[in-house]
Write a protein that binds this ligand. Structure first.
Ligand code: PMP
Length: 390
């Protein structure tokens, strides 16, 4: 039986490889940064979500070490038992202040936060409406909640408005910045639809927090949307803030409800308290060092101007996520390999993460890059003949 089971998996894996969909991991041999070491080679890194260049910032590294000296390593238990430390509490207060929300609640990961919020607020008989290109964790949250998952056309608030009325809608969920496309959800229009229908609006700002808005407060700040009791913000700490984890921010009543009801909050161990201390330092840097955002946006403009000159098929994105659509999965892989030979790390993203025929390079820029790095990327992209091995 064992042998038969392995054979079945082996043939499925072979099928994935043949379709160019086999996902192999790289072993990274050092910290994140503009350069990463892979298989003994230093590669220019255009694949991480370290948008502000904080993942290996010396102040964060020192804060983590210091805090481990004070709090130890493990949190020991879930938040509702004995895992909720003063470090977690202080970070929640700092996150609420930073986002201008009444309260914030830490979750272990963004994936768990989305599962936890949606399944706490929606259930059997409800409808949860989602943008077609929402992150997998928002989709999975709706599935876990046992509500009916309904999808509207990407970025299309009018499509949503036209279809919402019929059944009992409970919640609208959208990425603030779409993770594989880099485009922005039209939050004012979506908020208006949500308001008219009297349903929750959940915004996953994993890729907006720290990056968008004059103060880096994210998509809400970018669009000038004020916090309201029916608007929920979810954001992650492992991207622009350079650490790990996630939080949900909103009204006092919402947060208390999540503490009572979110299974992914209640039934899991709290993250290490020292990590919370390091994140508080990251937040202070993100708040104080505006130059990181200014520099990042200048690099985005430089990259887009250079790509336009080369006639590259970039998607329309004003964020650090700059997808270059390759089409087929083998073509995306070939382009990624070409860049790797030139000393650049840019991951190919293939179905099922993106729709069929839209495999791409997901190029991400960071405040840790300099202009020369962006120019090297453009040069390497420009030197691809397109007919190399696939
Ligand atoms: N939402 C979005 C839009 C994301 O891109 C991600 C991470 N890829 C998550 C949620 C999940 O966050 P985490 O990595 O903290 O689980």
């Amino acid at each position: 039986m064992d042998w038969v089971a392995s054979a079945e998996l082996r043939s499925e894996l072979a099928r994935l490889a043949q379709a160019g969909r086999y996902r192999a991991r790289r072993v990274v041999e050092g910290p994140q940064g503009p350069l990463v070491c892979v298989a003994g080679r230093q590669l220019l890194n255009f694949s991480s979500n370290d948008y502000l260049g904080l993942a290996n910032h010396p102040e964060l590294v020192a804060a983590l070490g210091r805090a481990a000296g004070r709090w130890g390593v493990g949190s020991g238990a879930a938040h509702l038992i004995t895992g909720h430390s003063g470090a977690h509490q202080a970070l929640e207060e700092a996150l609420a202040a930073f986002t201008g929300q009444p309260r914030a609640l830490l979750f272990s990961t963004g994936y768990m936060a989305n599962l936890g919020v949606i399944s706490a607020l929606a259930g059997r008989g409800d409808n949860v409406w989602e943008d077609r290109l929402n992150h997998a964790s928002l989709i999975d949250g709706a599935l876990l909640s046992r509500a009916r998952l309904r999808r509207y056309r990407h970025l299309d608030a009018a499509d949503l408005a036209g279809r919402l009325g019929v059944d009992r809608a409970r919640l609208i969920a959208t990425d603030g910045v779409f993770s594989m496309d880099g485009d922005l959800a039209p939050l004012p229009a979506l908020a208006e639809v949500a308001d008219r229908a009297g349903v929750w609006l959940l915004v996953d700002d994993a890729h907006g927090l720290g990056v968008l808005g004059a103060h880096g407060r994210g998509s809400f700040e970018h669009w000038g949307l004020a916090p309201r009791p029916d608007r929920i913000l979810m954001a992650t700490l492992g991207k622009a803030l350079g650490t790990f984890g996630a939080f949900v921010a909103g009204s006092e009543e919402l947060i208390e409800t999540l503490i009572q009801r979110s299974r992914t909050y209640v039934y899991t161990t709290a993250t290490p308290p020292a990590l919370a201390e390091a994140t508080r330092v990251a937040l202070a840097i993100a708040e104080r060092e505006d130059w990181r955002r200014t520099h990042l946006h200048a690099l985005i403009a430089r990259f887009r101007a250079g790509a336009a000159q080369l006639g590259l098929p970039l998607a329309a994105s004003t964020t650090p996520i700059q997808p270059l659509i390759a089409g087929s999965a083998p073509r995306a892989l070939a382009l990624s390999r070409h860049l790797e030979r030139a000393g650049l790390l840019v991951a190919a993203i293939r179905p099922p993460t993106v729709p069929e025929g839209q495999a791409r390079l997901r190029i991400t820029l960071s405040a840790a890059h300099d202009e020369a790095a962006v120019d090297r990327l453009l040069e390497a992209l420009g030197s691809w003949s397109g007919d190399e091995e696939t």
